[in-house]
Design a protein around this ligand. Structure first.
Ligand code: FES
Length: 94
């Protein structure tokens, strides 16, 4: 059985449920993420991956630069660190 995977973004750390996509997990936790097709065609959702590995059940058609992933259709294989922020950024104390 698949386990929850830890996702670290610019603003917080959350557990990605095995039943949800990374895009759904980012939406659930209030992150600012674009999307259109939600199936690997348009590339709107692409984010930069800082650490961790993902795979795709089908190679996505959208163009990806080195170090970018598609949260709508990737499957995280291990804890990820990605460059996405919250819609309402958390104020960091000085
Ligand atoms: S939303 Fe279109 S590629 Fe992810």
């Amino acid at each position: 059985m698949k386990k929850a995977i830890q996702i670290s973004t610019e603003d917080l750390v959350f557990q990605l449920d095995p039943s949800e996509t990374l895009l759904e997990g980012l939406e659930r936790t209030g992150h600012q993420v674009e999307y259109q097709c939600r199936s690997g065609y348009c590339g709107s959702c692409r984010v930069t991956l800082h650490s961790g590995r993902v795979e795709y059940s089908q190679q996505p058609l959208a163009y990806l630069r080195q170090g970018e992933i598609l949260p709508c259709c990737c499957q995280p294989l291990e804890p990820l660190e990605i460059s996405v922020g919250l819609i309402t950024p958390v104020k960091k104390s000085a």
